[in-house]
Ligand binder design. Structure first.
Ligand SMILES: [Ca+2]
Ligand SMILES: [Ca+2]
Ligand SMILES: [Ca+2]
Ligand SMILES: [Ca+2]
Length: 508
């Protein structure tokens, strides 16, 4: 994805209006590979081959590569087309090469055994602020390149413009991996990329492979359909969250439920359970990791089975469309608590040929500013604290609970200056809360409502000028005190979580 600095700011607001989703430092734990190869390879490839062949390879690519570089790259013109693909291992060894032209696609082949999970990933970007570097997109094809199986533009959690694809091989055989630039994949002819070097690797998600950290390898082991028979997850420290872990498996029929347990670190204040978007193959401009699972449901319970939070999402519907990021269950829970995560097919799901899933769990040690009750009126409002944000404005992040629903009202006060714009991002249901009809409003100093919106489904409340926002931002015409006011009509009977999170963003 290009132009990340801008989009990611909005996206992070859209995720959960929370401090966590807006951290740019990342968790550092999502990259499984311990290889610290930063690919500073300054390839002075003198190849004069004018190969502009993109993918309809004709075996006639008699590429007389006069590559004069002396490093170990397989540079430069990887033959185009899956039937000429260069074999690549699944042990995490980086292939370092480059794209000769902006529309070139390089092809590699890997062999997999039915049931293997493999992670295919790039290591190009350290951040989102180097747009001259290649913004890679990985696509996975069947052996002869006739069927697109999966597409990945980013990683999850997203840290930078690198790509990460996780796929479960439904059959034993050879698979074709392609890498290209984002502009080419998205059908754009211009972009900011000037450096076409890349590093690409494939790594089996197998504990016997060197390079994995244990927390990223929590495959299910059947039978695991109950808390009593659950798989125990290994979590490990990240840099911006207390611990992080990834669990994965597949649903072996309509009745299958996969249960994983983990314990929050003592210092943790919340846990976040997110889906790795698995559905479909993707196509130009659309991601998809190749699972046939169309819906997924995550249920977070205590160890007695009492339901704290539930998310039942469609992987191919509006729940996943920008600017709304996928919903996640981001639930305040006391540190030291042991919990269970139950994964099963969501409403409307019927078993498919390759129903695999990946869930990512982060336990955070910091969160948005918490409310102080009683704050049910403008006069008793909780105070919003602002800090400078990366776009030259100020952001304040708050959280609270509507308890009991339909009675509690939460006021948050803040100051705004005439000429500022107020953008708002809030989530309750999309954050794994059981609040029904959560309503978010901005009032002026006289406690008169200026703008209000009620949450619908898992849609994010996003008041912004970005395309797809739910409402426009507020143009401040009078300096003074303003209030963010949150209420709800009821509490879901099927879960106890009743929290909300908001980010208030003031732009001068
Ligand atoms: Ca299973
Ligand atoms: Ca199971
Ligand atoms: Ca409250
Ligand atoms: Ca209150």
């Amino acid at each position: 994805m290009k132009y990340l600095l801008f989009v990611s700011l909005i996206m992070c607001i859209a995720v959960n209006g929370g401090l966590i989703g807006c951290s740019s430092s990342g968790d550092g734990a999502s990259d499984s590979d311990s290889d610290s190869d930063s690919d500073s390879d300054s390839d002075s490839d003198s190849d004069s081959d004018s190969d502009s062949d993109t993918d309809s390879d004709t075996d006639s690519d008699t590429d007389s590569d006069t590559d004069s570089d002396t490093d170990s790259d397989t540079d430069t013109d990887v033959p185009t087309g899956c039937d000429l693909a260069t074999p690549m291992d699944t042990a995490g060894t980086f292939v370092d090469s480059n794209l000769a032209t902006p529309d070139e696609i390089d092809y590699y082949s890997i062999t997999l055994t039915a049931g293997d999970f493999v992670q295919i990933f790039t290591d190009i970007h350290l951040d989102d602020t180097t747009p001259e570097l290649l913004d890679p997109v990985i696509t996975l094809w069947n052996e002869d390149g006739t069927t697109l199986l999966a597409t990945a533009d980013d990683q999850i959690p997203r840290l930078d413009m690198d790509s990460e694809l996780i796929y479960r091989a439904p059959t034993t055989g050879t698979y074709c991996v392609a890498i290209e630039g984002w502009e080419n994949w998205a059908g754009q002819t211009t972009g900011t990329t000037t450096d076409w070097n890349y590093s690409l690797a494939a790594l089996l998600m197998d504990p016997s492979q060197v390079g994995w950290t244990a927390n990223l390898l929590n495959p299910e082991t059947e039978t695991n359909d109950t808390i009593g028979s659950a798989n125990t997850m290994t979590m490990a420290a990240g840099t911006s969250n207390a611990t992080f872990g990834r669990a994965y498996g597949d649903l072996s029929g309509a009745a299958d439920v996969d249960v994983f347990t983990y314990t929050l670190p003592v210092a943790a204040v919340s846990t976040s359970i997110g889906f790795y978007k698995p559905f479909g193959a993707g196509s130009s401009g659309v991601q998809g990791h190749g699972s046939t699972l169309s819906n997924g449901m995550v249920t977070l319970t205590d160890m007695s089975g009492n339901v704290i939070s539930t998310l039942d999402v469609s992987f191919d519907g509006a729940d996943w469309m920008a600017p709304n990021n996928p919903p996640d269950a981001n639930v305040p829970i006391a540190g030291g608590t042991q919990v269970a995560v139950h994964f099963e097919g969501g409403t409307g799901w019927t078993p498919g040929a390759n129903d695999f899933y990946v869930i990512e769990i982060m336990n955070q040690t910091s969160d948005n500013t918490g409310e102080v009750e009683t704050n049910d009126t403008a006069g008793t409002a909780s105070t919003t604290t602002f800090a400078a944000n990366t776009s030259g404005g100020y952001s304040g992040f708050v959280m609270g609970a509507i308890d009991p629903a339909a009675t509690d009202v939460d006021y948050w006060s803040f100051s705004a200056v005439a000429g500022e714009e107020i953008a708002l991002a809030c989530g309750a249901a999309s954050n794994g809360s059981g609040l029904v009809g959560a309503t978010f409003a901005i009032h002026n100093a006289s406690d008169t409502m200026i703008q209000t919106e009620t949450e619908s489904g898992y849609d994010t409340i996003l008041w912004s000028s970005v395309t797809g926002a739910s409402m426009t931002e507020i143009n401040v015409t009078a300096s003074g005190t303003y209030y963010l006011v949150i209420s709800a009509t009821s509490q879901s009977a099927s879960m106890t979580a009743n929290h909300y999170r908001c980010g208030i963003h003031r732009t001068p």
